[in-house]
Design a protein around this ligand. Structure first.
Ligand SMILES: Nc1ncnc2c1ncn2[C@@H]1O[C@H](COP(=O)(O)OP(=O)(O)OP(=O)(O)O)[C@@H](O)[C@H]1O
Ligand SMILES: [Mg+2]
Length: 361
């Protein structure tokens, strides 16, 4: 009898602790209560959802709001007991850094304190949702599964119980990722690399930011009318020639910032398989980062951003381009020089100062 009472007390304490953690989490959400899928994604917006991507932790959909703007929804299951794609679900505390970091970077767009950039995706809202996956999203999941070579790598989300919680992140539609974007010339690619570099330098200065997972699926490119963009770095205005391409950096699952005297980060030392990948330069970068910080992910090492710039320049150099061969060869040479110079820089600010590539017209 005594142990039954003890067990019931323990269950009640666990429940009340979870309620408290949930309330804390909701303070970071747009609406301070749990929503249904229907409340979070109104009918007309739901009907227009199409799956565009997936990761180990979530599913990504593109849709249109009633005001006509295109937006992207990232849906991530959290706090559940059973694993998803062989991984334990994230807890409130584990997902919070990604949310806070996304918001801080998004807000750099309007920052008035001398470090300002629109190079990070704009986050519209974050919601906590509970319920079974809506039929339309399941149908879109099936469609992606059938159309994509090899199918989806994720478990089908119809296996979640009605009690499952999800975090929904709604952001602006940043366009196409760098891997799949068809450039005309390496000169256009230089304009993209320049925008990535300035965005990283601004975030380094404002927030001690390190992305830590800046592979070419996490950089988005979209055609725009404007031929230049303006940023502010340490109080100085910096104008970048964009060649009509707007760049947005996404996916801050592994990122780090410093905010209110505290580092916010994902402890990658708890994820040893991240450092075992083979077959692409991307996987060497995780090992190089670990060599740099000696597996201490709390500390700020801006050099990790420099390592990702080297990776991105290498990827861009080896992409296919349609432009004139002679001009292409000249730009290839400039990219090769950049690849030789960049790793000697310790910060992205230094890359901007020391590498000639961004001076080239
Ligand atoms: N705001 C956006 N605009 C356009 N496309 C996006 C946007 N956000 C995500 N995508 C697309 O969805 C893909 C997956 O999104 P994202 O990188 O955020 O998640 P992920 O890789 O699943 O993250 P995680 O590393 O947390 O598992 C991206 O590579 C991109 O193609
Ligand atoms: Mg990603």
């Amino acid at each position: 009898m005594g142990s039954l009472i003890k067990n019931e007390c323990r269950r009640m304490m666990t429940r009340s602790r979870k309620r408290k953690r949930q309330e804390d989490f909701l303070t970071h959400c747009h609406e301070k209560r749990i929503l249904t899928f229907q409340e979070c994604i109104p009918e007309t917006m739901m009907e227009r959802c199409v799956k565009i991507g997936e990761g180990v932790f979530g599913e990504v959909f593109r849709t249109r709001r009633d005001d006509g703007s295109s937006v992207v929804l990232k849906i991530i299951p959290i706090e559940g007991d059973f694993p998803v794609n062989d991984q334990p679900q994230k807890t409130f505390e584990e997902i919070l850094p990604e949310i806070v970091i996304s918001r801080e970077l998004s807000e750099l767009k309007d920052n008035q304190t001398g470090n300002q950039t629109g190079g990070f995706i704009h986050l519209h809202r974050v919601c906590l949702v509970q319920g079974a996956w809506p039929d339309h999203l399941l149908a879109m999941w099936d469609q992606w599964h059938q159309e994509k070579a090899g199918g989806s790598e994720n478990d089908k989300p119809d296996m979640f119980p009605r009690s499952q919680l999800f975090v929904v992140l709604e952001s602006e539609d940043g366009g196409c990722d760098l891997e799949h974007y068809q450039f005309y010339s390496l000169r256009e690619a230089k304009a993209v690399l320049h925008q990535i570099t300035i965005a990283l330098a601004v975030a380094e200065a404002a927030l001690q930011f390190e992305h830590r997972d800046l592979h070419w699926g996490n950089v988005l490119v979209r055609k725009v009318g404007e031929q230049s963009s303006t940023h502010h770095l340490a109080g100085e205005e910096v104008c970048v020639d964009t060649r009509g391409l707007d760049v947005n950096i996404i996916d801050f699952t592994l990122s780090r910032i410093h905010k209110d005297g505290q580092p916010l980060y994902c402890d990658l030392s708890a994820n040893p398989t991240l450092f075992e990948g083979k077959g692409d330069y991307q996987f060497d970068i995780y090992r190089e980062m670990k060599k740099e910080n000696r597996d201490n992910w709390k500390q700020h090492h801006p050099y990790t951003n420099v390592l990702w710039l080297h990776y991105l320049a290498d990827k861009l150099l080896h992409k296919k381009y349609r432009g004139q061969k002679k001009i292409h060869r000249q730009w290839q040479q400039k990219f090769r020089t950049f690849l030789k110079q960049v790793l000697a820089c310790r910060t992205v600010a230094q890359v901007l100062e020391d590498c000639q590539l961004f001076e080239e017209k």
